[in-house]
Design a protein around this ligand. Structure first.
Ligand code: FAD
Length: 301
């Protein structure tokens, strides 16, 4: 079976090669800005370098659609841009599609996949007829490490851009990425004002940790950058210690924290669903509890 993989992020492309190689021969599509990384590719039979940049979504769409006829399976990463691309590709090619895939295998010419469903409450096992397009959940496949050789092809595509890039500004970095942090303080709508988040920040700093949030704080209130938002439609985290402060623990949030080792929830509502998923539950007003906790931790240092 022929598999074509692409991610806007080279590090994720390595995971996609690992996933694709479970079911077939993998070709990796590299955008023009990723071509310098070709020497790092392991496990792909073929590398196709196209003259389209990874910020040109419509150019990439054209490239993938032109190449797709030779491939039974297209694999993308389940990040924001990968999800956007897979939707367009599947619609244009009328292919079977599945997102957030965490495992895949072949059986009787069909692709068997597992993916999270019901907001993370269950894993569904699905059978897809080929050709198909899937996106892979981050962190589920370890990049391959064995030495391998590949052939290299170069492709030219008509520029499809209907806009011009006038300036590039890197997004401000948050420090340790949320999904790599050992300690995370996740803030929810229990915080009444943006300035109050300094309590979460102070607690995080005591553990060299980082502050994350529920979706409303990032997407609706815009109190924190988008990258801080934890959950099924945000970042999935797996810290050693997670404080969840003033968040109700709705399923869409909790799906993003289930791999955390120890969860401490602070909420003034004893019936909040977060307590079902936490190791330690503190029923207190965060405005009383956090200053006291921070004070005590400082005394103990
Ligand atoms: C398709 C879809 C995808 C979604 N994806 C995500 C996602 O990825 N991540 C996400 O977070 N959400 C997501 N949501 C939204 C999700 O359903 C919830 O609405 C959201 O998680 C609730 O955020 P919250 O816990 O901050 O707010 P609330 O649900 O309003 O909870 C606030 C909590 O704070 C407590 N509280 C209030 N005051 C205090 C105080 N003084 N001290 C202590 N506790 C206090 C309350 O008791 C309450 O439990 C999604 C929704 C949809 C429909």
């Amino acid at each position: 079976m022929n598999v074509l993989v692409f991610s806007h992020y080279f590090e994720l492309a390595k995971e996609l090669i690992s996933a694709g190689s479970r079911v077939g021969d993998v070709s990796l599509l590299l955008s023009s800005d990723q071509r310098d990384r070709e020497g790092e590719v392991k496990g792909a039979r073929r590398v196709i370098i196209c003259d389209v940049s990874s910020d040109d979504q419509s150019g990439l769409l054209n490239a993938i659609i032109s190449l797709a006829k030779d491939y039974d399976l297209l694999i993308f990463s389940s990040d924001k841009r990968g999800r956007e691309l897979i939707g367009q590709v599947a619609q244009k090619l009328e292919r079977a599609v599945a997102t957030e895939v965490s495992s895949l295998s072949l059986s009787n010419g069909k692709l068997i996949i597992e993916r999270m469903t019901y907001g993370g409450k269950a894993i569904s096992v699905e059978e897809l007829s080929l050709p198909a397009a899937i996106s892979i959940q981050k962190g589920k496949f370890k990049p391959l490490d064995a030495d391998s050789t590949h052939e290299t092809l170069h492709c030219k595509f008509e520029a499809a851009r209907s806009y011009e890039v006038v300036e590039r500004r890197p997004k401000p970095k948050l420090g340790i990425p949320l999904d790599k942090a050992d300690v995370v303080v996740a803030a929810g709508r229990g915080f009444k004002r943006k300035e109050d988040l300094k309590l979460a920040q102070e607690l995080a700093e005591l553990f060299n940790g980082v502050v994350g949030s529920t979706r409303p704080l990032a997407a609706d209130l815009k109190w924190v950058p988008e990258e801080s938002w934890i959950g099924i439609s945000g970042v999935r985290i797996a810290p050693k210690l997670l404080f969840v402060v003033g968040a109700s623990g709705q399923q869409q949030f909790s799906a993003g924290i289930i791999d955390s080792k120890v969860i401490v929830a602070i909420n003034n509502d004893p019936g909040a669903p977060i307590f079902e998923n936490s190791d330690y539950g503190i029923v207190k007003d965060l405005y009383e509890f956090l200053p006291a906790l921070i004070k005590r931790l400082r005394e103990l240092r």
